[in-house]
Design a protein around this ligand. Sequence first.
Ligand SMILES: Cc1ncc(COP(=O)(O)O)c(C=O)c1O
Ligand SMILES: N[C@@H](CCCC[NH3+])C(=O)O
Length: 420
Amino acid sequence: MAFSYVSGVLTADGVPLDRLAEAVGTPVYVYAASRLRANYQAYARAFARDPVDVCFALKANSNQSIISLFARFGAGADVVSEGEMRRALAAGVPPEKVVFSGVGKTRDELAAALVAGIHQINVESLPELEALSAVATALGRTAPVALRINPDVDAGTHGKIATGRKEDKFGIDLGHAVAAYAKACSLPGLAPKGYAVHIGSQLLNISPYDDAYGHLSDLVIATREAGLKVERLDLGGGLGVPYQGEAAPDHDAYAGIVRKRLGNLGCRLTLEPGRSLVGDAGVLLARVIYVKEGLHRCFLIVDAAMNDLMRPTLYDAYHGIRPVLEPAADAPLSPMDVVGPICETGDTFARQRPLPPVAQGELVAFMTAGAYGAAMSSTYNSRPLVAEVLVDEGQWAVIRRRQTFEEMLALDVTPQWRHL
Ligand SMILES: Cc1ncc(COP(=O)(O)O)c(C=O)c1O
Ligand SMILES: N[C@@H](CCCC[NH3+])C(=O)O
């Protein structure tokens, strides 16, 4: 267990979290390398005999130490902006292991990707295809391209993170796909390699993959029947993690679907997992500022807020909350609203959560916060970006230091024009 109580204190790979909080301050994200490794190995094991490349989706956690850890395990990177591409390359991911996804890549981003020589650009519309052709031609380069398709499959996840339904903004409609692929083959500067699909995030039930990959298989066959070559398939990410004790999707079962639907097509496959690599490897540590016993509610007011961990307010997401000091086994539970200091009612991590007594000044850990936690944080309410710490085999290191107030303020510029 990456996070467990040892001698009455919650630890990350054996390092007591109260000691870390003392040294680094709160709020702070803490990641356990043992879990990152195990999560990567789960993919490596399940796909050991398949022609599969794992490209870590940086959007889930874009800290360079985390990226380079996965790069050392053998992973590539799935990026969605020039910033993410730069992070991947700076963290040591070779360009030939980087895929670039995203519905609105600018010409500047396309050019940067071509100059960097990345493995593949996943194009999501005809205008983007034309833009890429023009950019590549102007640079005298050839762009390795996959077309992301929209299979019209409901991933059965939260509506804000489902991406493969026909009304979603992502991908090229299945009905247009062969024509778009033929167009890609005819445009200068493009080297079409295959297709990409990503139906959504936090899938606990994997059967929607069966439908999506079935459509993908039919599409490959139809494309080849049109006389066009298809060599690669990018299957996206999306495997969910248990936030509330649900059963985790089984990697072998997922690999089974991939093999059944796509195994006989002779294509090189890419996976783009994000959350399932990092989600359960991180916690957000916060300190209780006040315990407010109202007439109607008891509020635990902590020093982390929605700007540090946005998922609860954005998706009504559940994160386990554990006191860092282990509660007695027979400690009574009472309903608490766990909230941050931000001036919004939505700055609420949990409502009426049964918790053991936690006193002012004590520490709590928001569990399963390794994915889409720090990566989605902001400085709203002028709260500096929090620190991140990596724990590995008893050692720990700050892998992002806390932003200073000076750094936060330094971006603002006061115009020097004359006041009339
Ligand atoms: C194109 C693409 N690939 C990969 C991912 C990673 O998804 P997840 O973190 O659910 O594995 C996403 C985000 O959902 C995505 O949009
Ligand atoms: N940000 C989302 C996942 C989005 C996936 C992006 N493709 C979450 O925290 O659950």
